[in-house]
Design a protein around this ligand. Structure first.
Ligand code: ADP
Ligand code: MG
Length: 557
């Protein structure tokens, strides 16, 4: 019995479900393709409109004569008409006539027909059918923020690497194209995947503290929990004074200097000033009486208003200035590097070292300054976009493209910089990244956030994401959270999330023809895996450890 003899009938149509009864499941298939949950069906009502639906479940139904029917429930995806696919299933005239498994050609039409070839950006294939590439609209994909979520080991880092490799790899006729990606790499994974990249780690990073804005400066140098006004006022005045003292420009510009102006100041000036105020003795207006033989007639000194009140602050400043681990921030190099050089280095625009990808390896950055480091770099990139747009619009009021060198910022383990927490130690990075989430698009700065704990990421940020790559996710709280963010129209696709294989993902968003379960393509050059092959290693011969060298490394930081 061939396909044409199979009786397949639509017995019920609901807005989100089509029920089909088939008498012979064995032959109800195309060529060697067997049907399973996730396979596509096409349901025709007339010559040129075909409803495409995805199988959600099978059931067996016994007939009176002892034979069996198969009931298929399928979720309507959209209509194929004149070789074009449109989402939504309400255009089907009732009663539908024929039901057939979709051919590879049909499925390719679903994914390809709506997108001109030049707009296609492709990094995955259909999980149920690896022959079908699933392109996304490259402009829509990178223009909106992207979230990659999944439990550890589900394949997030590989996915991020694949996306970035493909994105920067389309060089066409140029040796250097105009793609710009900056990766915040917390586990030293990405150097392996991008050996050519502009690589910055804690040893080569130079981030001048004087580029911090007011909030960041206060967060870094002050004990913000203590909320001490004296401390804050002394600090502010000293920073501004020091900036003015180091300023070489005109008087007008000098008067405009404030706490946020990214101009050099010397933190030692601030320390000196704080020390001075902490030990200051002032003239009381009185003089010693004649009875005091030694000091008669001399002015009486009394403790200044802040005498002894800044001891904590002074100690804090001293310990920061002397902390070698903070050299990238407070050391000599950060004093001599210019604003422009700093910006060039993080954007991959250093002279003679132009690179599409910049990997900022944060693994050696002390935890207590991680937030401020990420905050400063993120903010600099955002503000770069902002001022670049201003320049472009000033040059040409008709300018339609705000930023002709747009940037993708990648945050691995994003819950570490932008958690759903009000704790002050995360405040700086959270503020900078939330601002990019809300306004970055206008200035050509898009976020790609990868996280194993989506429920722990700031909601402000997540709700701004328009493209989701949801990989295997086992934690029920995270599953529930992701479920809420995704559109209702996904049917049972989302229930598969806990069972995904490595590299499998639910791809959802404005950039894709329809939500789909895909297999991300394998990386040409993979990121460094954090998986340690215990079993292999444990079977090898006992290894000597250079504990003295480990100690030296320990003390060096
Ligand atoms: N697209 C993929 N195809 C096949 N295997 C993959 C894919 N992505 C990841 N893997 C495998 O899964 C492992 C874990 O991937 P990784 O990206 O490090 O996960 P995560 O970042 O989510 O912890 C990798 O070492 C690799 O072997
Ligand atoms: Mg990872």
């Amino acid at each position: 019995m061939g396909m044409s003899d199979v009786k397949a009938e639509v017995v019920a149509v609901f807005p989100n479900k089509v029920k089909i009864v088939v008498d012979d499941l064995e032959n109800f298939r195309i060529a060697e393709e067997s049907l399973r949950v996730g396979s596509y069906l096409k349901i025709a009502d007339n010559e040129n409109a075909v409803l495409v639906a995805i199988i959600e479940n099978f059931q067996i139904q016994a007939r009176d004569d002892g034979s069996q029917d198969y009931v298929i429930e399928a979720f309507p995806l959209g209509i194929l008409r004149d070789q074009k696919f449109e989402r939504g299933g309400d255009a089907l005239a009732i009663p539908p006539k024929t039901v057939q498994p979709a051919t590879i050609g049909d499925i390719r039409l679903i994914y390809g027909s709506s997108l001109p070839v030049k707009d296609r950006f492709c990094f995955s294939r259909l999980a149920t059918n690896k022959e079908v590439e699933v392109p996304v609209d490259g402009n829509k994909f990178f223009n909106k923020h992207i979230a990659v979520v999944g439990s550890t080991g589900s394949g997030k880092s590989h996915t991020v690497a694949k996306i970035v490799q493909k994105a920067v790899g389309a060089t066409g006729e140029y040796t250097l194209n105009n793609s710009h990606v900056i990766i915040f790499d917390i586990h030293s994974e990405y150097r392996a995947a991008f050996p050519e990249a502009n690589f910055i780690d804690s040893a080569s990073l130079i981030l001048p503290y004087w580029m911090l804005n007011g909030e960041e400066l206060e967060e870094f140098f002050l004990d913000t929990e203590a909320n001490d006004h004296n401390q804050r006022n002394v600090f502010k005045d000293a920073v501004i004074q020091s900036r003015k003292a180091h300023f070489t420009g005109g008087e007008g510009d000098k008067n405009r200097i404030h706490l946020d102006t990214p101009l050099p100041f010397d933190i030692r000036d601030v320390l000196d000033h704080a020390n001075f105020r902490n030990t200051e003795m002032v003239d009381s207006g009185e003089v010693y009486a004649a009875s005091n033989k030694e000091k008669a007639g001399q002015p009486k000194l009394t403790q200044g208003s802040l005498y002894g009140r800044l001891t904590n602050f002074v100690n804090r400043l001293e310990s920061k200035i002397n902390d070698r681990r903070l050299d990238f921030f407070l050391g000599e190099k950060s004093k001599s590097i210019s604003f422009e050089e700093t910006l060039r280095s993080i954007l991959g625009y250093s002279t003679g070292k132009q690179q599409n990808v910049t990997v900022i390896d944060l693994s050696g950055v002390p935890f207590e300054v991680l937030s401020i480091t990420v905050s400063l770099i993120s903010r600099l990139i955002f503000e770069h976009g902002y001022f670049y747009k201003r320049l472009r619009c000033a040059a040409d009021p008709q300018e339609k493209i705000n930023n002709d060198a747009p940037i993708l910022l990648v945050y691995e383990e994003a819950h570490k910089y932008v958690p759903n927490s009000e704790l002050s130690k995360f405040r700086a990075s959270k503020m900078s990244i939330e601002r990019i989430a809300k306004e970055g698009r206008k200035y050509g700065v898009t976020l790609l956030l990868a996280s194993q704990r989506p429920s722990e990421i700031s909601e402000t940020i997540f709700s701004q994401c328009n493209n989701f790559i949801a990989m295997r996710l086992t934690n029920p709280v995270d599953q529930g959270y992701v479920r809420k963010l995704l559109p209702d129209s996904l049917g049972t696709l989302i229930d598969k999330m806990p069972a995904f294989k490595q590299g499998e993902a639910l791809l959802v968003g404005e950039s894709i023809a329809l939500p789909s379960v895909v297999q991300i393509e394998v990386c040409a050059v993979a990121p460094a895996s954090t998986d340690i092959p215990y079993w292999d290693l444990w079977q090898q011969q006992w290894k000597e450890l250079a504990i003295d060298k480990i100690r030296d490394e320990w003390l060096r930081q």
